[in-house]
Design a protein around this ligand. Structure first.
Ligand SMILES: OC[C@@H]1[C@@H](O)[C@H](O)[C@@H](O)c2nc(CNc3ccccc3)cn21
Length: 449
């Protein structure tokens, strides 16, 4: 392949998530989620922003799919809101809830766009949180019931299933730092959550396999980052290894090696009561997946800090340019993490299930949205991806985060990741320059200027 080129059939897509774009939180029989409760809790999100309306995608999905078709997307990654299917998280399914996703699948099918469905992108039914949430082992079995029901109902129409989006973020930001729903500060609950998310993934994979002949493929999506020491000192190298041990290896090792990383079990075991990891659990967790989804945004740079309780480290800014999130633009990190996965963890196909950047986009007097920094970010990461694939790593698709500006969790609507600008008061979608550029990349199946 020429420099910047991609293999024939490479799957070009864009990604979103239910709570970030759908809105209509009280329509169609949807139950409350932990993000409804969290975002309506004063002080938890910027300016008190909530997903009540978001991008109103619940009502505008036909127009949004039309734009996806005009972009030339081959695939669209979205998540199903569990509380739309099971408003109480369990029991009787809600026909209006699944009907929305069937309508969305109809539009995608008409547009020739393959659906990539994430079953859990952070919006746990509040009713399950009230019964203990992810720290409670029973929630893993409720997720498996939800997943099995979805496989039965939509399995013939969905070629790619992703069980979870970023168990690290759900565990740590939701249950240790408290920046995300349900907003806990309880490390022991965080590690129980991590184990139950992985267990629920394994139970779902088992249900998927037991469902007999299945046309689709199933995997999981992890946020993965290379972790570099701030200096070559032994202390900084060790700090980087510890951070790598939590962000990356705490999830990769159970999934692909059937055990938690020994060094980190030793490290955290001294600080926190860790959950029992039975052989049966680890066998379920480490079943083969058909693919691994990788969300990549940036690298981490860390130095030793003996005063920090959890990992004795301090994250520092890398020298590169920063996006609006304060994340360093570091395209080489995408190649580093993908090559490491292929060499050290799995020969399974990989997908970049999220990559993108937030910048302070504005609508120019001419009505256009000029976002050269985003185009540069995407171009550099796609050039890196092209080189990785040319080097033999089986990356089969790329999903840009995000199709449209949306509710950026605790940052509310203050951060814009979309290639479509959303004018929230009117809900107009305005193509940014990066949308026109991405359409040209897809048409060429190669990076363009
Ligand atoms: O922040 C941008 C996106 C977010 O909108 C997606 O819902 C989520 O899947 C997502 N994950 C990351 C990268 N991981 C991460 C790490 C620490 C804090 C927050 C996100 C970025 N993003």
């Amino acid at each position: 392949m020429a420099e910047g080129g991609f293999p024939p059939g490479f799957l070009w897509g864009a990604a979103t998530a239910a709570y970030q774009i759908e809105g209509a939180v009280d329509e169609g029989g949807r139950g409350e989620s932990i993000w409804d409760r969290f975002s309506h809790t004063p002080g938890k999100t910027r300016d008190g922003d909530t997903g009540d309306v978001a991008c109103d995608h619940y009502h505008r999905y036909r127009d949004d799919v039309r734009i996806m078709r005009e972009l030339g997307l081959a695939a669209y990654r979205f998540s199903v809101a569990w509380p739309r299917i099971f408003p109480e998280g369990r029991g009787r399914p809600n026909p209006d809830g699944v009907a929305f996703y069937e309508r969305l699948l109809d539009e995608l099918e008409k547009a020739g766009i393959q659906p990539v469905v994430t079953l859990y992108h952070w919006d746990l039914p509040q009713a399950l949180q009230d019964r203990g949430g992810w720290p409670h082992r029973d929630t893993a079995y409720r997720f498996a019931d939800y997943a099995a029901w979805m496989f039965e109902r939509l399995g013939d129409r969905v070629p790619y299933w992703i069980t979870h989006n970023e168990p690290f973020v759900v565990s740590i930001l939701g249950h240790v730092t408290g920046e995300h729903a349900p907003g806990l500060n309880d490390p022991a609950a965080g590690f129980r959550t991590a184990h139950h998310l992985l267990l629920s993934h394994g139970l779902a994979v088992q249900a998927f396999r037991e469902g007999g002949r299945r046309k689709g493929r199933i995997g999981i999506t992890l946020n993965l980052s290379p972790v570099h020491p701030a200096s070559g000192s032994p202390e900084d190298e060790a700090a980087a290894r510890r951070v790598d041990g939590l962000i990356n290896r705490w999830f990769l090792d159970p999934l692909f090696r059937g055990a938690y990383p020994e060094d980190m079990v030793e490290h955290f075991g001294r600080l926190i009561p860790l959950p029992e990891a039975s052989e049966d659990d680890m066998r379920l967790i480490s079943q083969d997946v058909d693919f691994l989804g990788v969300n990549y945004y940036s690298r981490q740079v860390v130095r030793h800090d003996p005063g920090e309780l959890f990992l004795q480290m301090r994250q520092i800014d890398g020298p590169g340019p920063k996006t609006e999130m304060g994340w360093e633009v570091y395209p080489a990190g995408l190649g580093e993490i993908l090559r490491r996965l292929h060499e050290a963890y799995t020969k399974a196909p990989l997908f970049v299930t999220e990559n993108g950047a937030a910048y302070p986009d504005t609508v120019s007097p001419d009505g256009a949205v000029h976002d050269p920094d985003r185009i540069a970010y995407l171009r550099d990461h796609l050039l890196e991806l092209s080189r990785v694939i040319a080097g033999g790593v089986p990356v089969q698709g790329y999903f840009l985060w995000s199709l449209m500006d949306n509710f950026e969790w605790a940052h509310g609507y203050s951060k814009r990741f979309g290639i479509l600008y959303v004018d929230y008061p009117t809900q107009r979608r305005i193509w940014k320059d990066s949308a026109y550029w991405y359409r040209r990349v897809i048409e060429a199946n190669a990076v363009v200027e």
